[in-house]
Design a protein around this ligand. Structure first.
Ligand code: EPZ
Length: 423
């Protein structure tokens, strides 16, 4: 398994280009199932999860080619109704995003139930409830969900929890349903809005995306499109915390301020200066040792995102005071804390609350990545820690960050990847 070796304490400088958003790319790739023809998606990050979704689509007969690095051509002329197999779904839960489009296009879908994952049980009951409301017959057999419907029909669906991929799955299914669907308490994340915008370009009739009530008037047919996805707001936030903890002055290019407003507001409280420069952000971290503590509660968009919680804890582990973090979205999203404590952080967890007592310094140590954003928090901490940190199991990191060691090296960070188990 690859490892990252990081020697902390360097002040960074220069520019970093943010990649396309993983969590926008995945539903958009799944949406190509909804129509025949060739879709061209641009600004697609080169990530493990993108490769996995490509495998899921190829397994169904889609023709996929990578053009000039970050552009995907997906041809679904010869798509056949094949299940999304367990061995693929278990590596990436977002494969469940093929469920809605497959029922809508083929009238039947068979997708492995995603197992739990490190950060929580993450059930898909709301996805299934919504499809049932639209007339699908749902059965579970041998770990697979089977959904059948001659043609889905519009329905009013109330999600008692706002679910990002649930909203996306139901919006895609409703796009080809007969009649009007209303999704209430819909997720407002920018990735949901990006999917809606691409579906509208395909010919779907959707209004309200980005708000908590989305209306979809089903149509009979959609057409393939060319589309460029939004930048990754979580990668942007991650690089802001990197600049903050290392006292650096960097320019973050290709970012959408409206997608990171809550992140920026909260991180400004710690003393980080963030100013917009066109489609870039100028980020200046406070001098080492002067980071301020701040309290945060993770919330659905437009609140502070759960995907930034681990990076925020790493940052405030070196603040001059105590920060209180409440994780309200997932039930087990503090696995990075044990690893950060190995580096000298002083953090206590009780229920869903982390009490982060800032320390003067972190010390490099061998640590282990446990999930995608936990691994990002270890990189943040290692860049400020004294000495060398070895981060193991960075396949977690590769799921969501494109060429992160190149990006950090280009900023002057001392980071290298070691292939396999050798250090
Ligand atoms: C999406 O996951 C993201 N993944 C996650 O990003 C992100 O952390 C999460 O949204 C929250 O913002 C993708 O977009 C591919 P949810 P998702 O459904 O859709 C409960 C990353 O780091 N729930 O919004 O799976 C669920 O258990 C990943 O990039 C149900 O109870 O999350 C959770 O407590 C990690 N039943 C809450 O809702 C359901 O049917 C929010 O989950 C669905 C969800």
């Amino acid at each position: 398994m690859d490892r990252l070796i990081i020697t902390g304490g360097k002040r960074l400088s220069g520019e970093v280009q943010i990649s396309g958003a993983k969590n926008a790319a995945l539903p958009l790739m799944a949406s190509t199932i909804l129509c025949k023809g060739e879709t061209v998606l641009s600004n697609i990050p080169k990530l493990k999860d993108i490769m996995t979704m490509s495998e899921v689509l190829a397994n169904m007969g889609a023709g996929i080619s990578v053009v000039e690095g970050n552009c995907l051509r997906i041809n679904t002329d010869s798509l056949i109704n094949r299940e999304a197999p367990y061995e693929l779904v278990k590596t990436m839960r977002a494969s469940v995003l093929t469920l809605g489009p497959m029922v809508a296009r083929f009238g039947c879908a068979k997708v492995s139930l995603p197992g739990g994952c490190a950060i929580g049980a993450r059930p898909i009951n709301l996805h299934l409830m919504g499809l049932e409301k639209m007339g699908a017959k749902i059965t579970l057999s041998q770990g697979y969900v089977v959904a059948k419907a001659k043609r889905l029909k519009g329905a009013t669906i109330y999600c008692d929890i706002s679910t990002v991929t649930g909203t996306e799955n139901l919006m895609m299914a409703a796009a080809l349903a007969k009649g009007r669907t209303i999704i209430e308490n819909a997720a407002r994340e920018p990735e949901v809005e990006d999917l809606a915008n691409s579906l509208i370009k395909m010919g779907a009739k959707i209004s309200g995306a980005g708000s908590t009530v989305i209306e979809i008037e089903g149509v009979d047919e959609l057409r393939p499109i060319n589309y460029t996805i939004i930048p990754d707001r979580i990668e942007t936030g991650t690089f802001i915390t990197i600049a903050g903890i290392t006292g650096s002055n960097i320019l973050i290019k290709n970012s959408r301020y409206d997608h990171i407003a809550a992140i920026a507001e909260k991180l400004r409280e710690t003393g980080i200066i963030i100013t917009e420069e066109g489609d870039a952000l100028r980020v200046i971290g406070p001098p080492i040792g002067t980071l301020q503590p701040a309290d945060v509660r993770t919330m659905p968009f437009p609140g502070f995102p759960t995907d930034m919680q681990a990076q925020f804890i790493a940052l405030t582990s070196m603040a001059s005071g105590t920060s209180i973090v409440r994780e309200t979205i997932f039930e087990n999203r503090y696995m990075h804390v044990a690893e950060l404590k190995r580096m000298g952080a002083n953090i206590e967890i009780e229920d869903n609350i982390a009490t982060v007592r800032g320390v003067q310094r972190l010390l490099g140590a061998p640590v282990m990545a446990t999930d995608l954003r936990a691994s990002a928090s270890l990189v943040v901490a290692a860049l400020a820690a004294e000495g060398e940190t070895i981060i193991d199991r960075i396949y977690h990191l590769d799921r969501g960050y494109e060429k992160i060691e190149d990006k950090i090296s280009n900023l002057g960070g001392d980071i290298r990847r070691v292939k396999g188990g050798r250090t």
